[in-house]
Design a protein around this ligand. Structure first.
Ligand code: 5AD
Ligand code: SF4
Length: 442
């Protein structure tokens, strides 16, 4: 049996690219291993959103390239693949920098992984980083999914060019996937036992399929997916506040399978910083959108992303951000230290914030959110939640799943994976709820 080892950094899109590469390779007889020394193919799927992730990618690839120098047959024939956004960013240079790298493949070409590996074995190092805007880039020969939840790409790339972000340069312009191909994939997933799909794209609100008589936007796509028998839950990430329409907001009430959770990154609570970031909305416009969603669906869970220490961010800007976190009443946030990226425009902005100030601001942001998360979780104690069971939790004897709102629940019970169970919540931590399964009455 040929073996493949894969290591993934970064966002869900990258996680999913790794899954797709594994699906494609499993069609060619590869099985996955968690030991790189056993593997004929070693893939490092990299992220370039922040400098730290990029450094990790280099040290990993360096380590695997070293492994190749060993004398065993597997070591000599091993194919090392450098994929993802750092591969796209650096391209051919990587072949010179890391002796032993055989394939350099950018995000829009990962669907060719099988062919690129074959080619590298005969011709030596191959580099595939030309942007691919063809529908083929969405290729995903779904194999037996052994999970309850699956990612489905609906669009890729981004046209927004937020000033801090490398994504538009590396994942390219927005390309939407054909509706037919998305629906076919979801049918296949559901037939293999999947109950929840997470629709993926850098900016899912700008999803468009213009091929048919009527344009299909995310709203219509959700409507079609909602009709698929056997599918229980639908989520979508990531939404851009400026493109979030009233019509899409209605999806939360019009379609029963669409989960009442929206990830809506604001990045900063200061209008001045939002302008410098080129986000295309003000704090009040953003808040207005949250309010409108909450009017339609009062208990919707909202999550967000924040960047601490964007160039020129003052104590006042930071204070405004903290105040906004309290006001928005997020379920949870992801917060990051601003990281200078050579490709992104903000790299050239002056007045960089010192590292220790950024670290302090990040901590304050996280603490402010923690108070709110705890308050929301505390209020859930004593309630019964419908939990889609995903499997056993790390702690023995407990099972794990998520509520429609996306909240993680650990509970005692013996419920088959993939079923929706009633769980009485009796406790909470900073990132999960705890409870007991209440069996349905006979
Ligand atoms: N520095 C820090 N965080 C960043 N993000 C994107 N680019 C940068 C950067 N240069 C964050 C944003 C985005 C999330 C995926 O990563 O918050 O929403
Ligand atoms: Fe990056 Fe902005 Fe596009 Fe998100 S919307 S991927 S932050 S450029």
């Amino acid at each position: 049996m040929k073996k493949v080892y894969i290591e993934t950094y970064g966002c869900q899109m990258n996680e999913h690219d790794s899954e797709r590469m594994l699906s494609i390779l499993s069609g060619g007889g590869y099985v996955q291993t968690d030991n790189p020394r056993d593997a004929e193919v070693v893939i490092v799927n990299t992220c370039s959103v922040r400098a730290k992730a990029e450094q990790k990618a280099y040290s990993s690839v360096g380590r695997y390239a070293q492994l190749k120098k060993r004398r065993s047959e597997t070591a000599q024939n091993r194919v090392i693949v450098f994929s993802g956004c750092v591969a796209q960013q650096e391209g051919r240079k990587l072949v010179g920098r890391f002796k032993g790298v055989d394939v350099v493949v950018g995000p829009s070409q990962v669907h060719r992984i099988d062919e690129l590996i074959r080619q590298a074995k005969t011709t030596g190092p191959v580099v595939a980083v030309a942007p691919d805007t063809d529908q083929n880039r969405f290729r995903n020969p779904v194999k037996d999914m052994n999970g309850v939840k699956a990612y489905v790409t609906i669009m890729e790339g981004c046209d927004n060019f937020c000033s801090y972000c490398t994504v538009p340069y590396l994942r390219g312009r927005e390309v939407s996937r054909n509706v037919r191909s998305i629906i076919d994939e979801v049918y296949t997933l559901v037939a293999s036992g999947v109950k929840e799909v997470v629709l993926l794209g850098q900016n899912v609100n700008s999803y468009r399929d213009n091929a048919g008589e009527k344009q299909v936007t995310l709203y219509e796509l959700l409507s079609m997916l909602n009709d698929i028998k056997g599918l229980e839950r639908i989520r979508f990430i990531t939404s851009h506040p400026k493109d979030l329409t009233d019509k899409l907001m209605h999806a939360f009430t019009d379609f029963d399978k669409v989960c009442p959770h929206i990830h809506l990154p604001i990045q900063s609570g200061s209008d001045r910083i939002l302008k410098l970031m080129a986000r295309g909305y003000t704090v009040e416009e953003y808040m207005d959108k949250i309010n409108r969603i909450r009017t339609l669906k009062p208990d919707v869970a909202v999550t967000s992303d924040f960047i601490a220490g964007f160039p020129s961010e003052t104590d006042q800007d930071h204070h405004d951000t903290i105040m906004f976190v309290r006001r928005a009443n997020y379920d949870n946030i992801f917060s990051f230290k601003y990281s200078d990226r050579p490709l992104a425009r903000a790299n050239k902005y002056g007045d960089k914030v010192p590292e220790h100030t950024i670290a302090g601001r990040l901590k304050e942001l996280q603490d402010a959110q923690l108070e709110i998360t705890r308050k929301i979780y505390r209020a859930l104690a004593g309630t019964v939640q419908r939990v889609l069971v995903e499997g056993d939790s790390k702690k023995q004897g407990r099972q794990q799943g998520r509520t429609m709102h996306g909240r993680l629940v650990n509970f005692s019970g013996t419920v088959p994976e993939g079923t929706v169970a009633d769980v009485l919540i009796d406790d909470y931590s900073d990132n999960a709820l705890y409870g007991k399964h209440i069996p349905e009455e006979e």
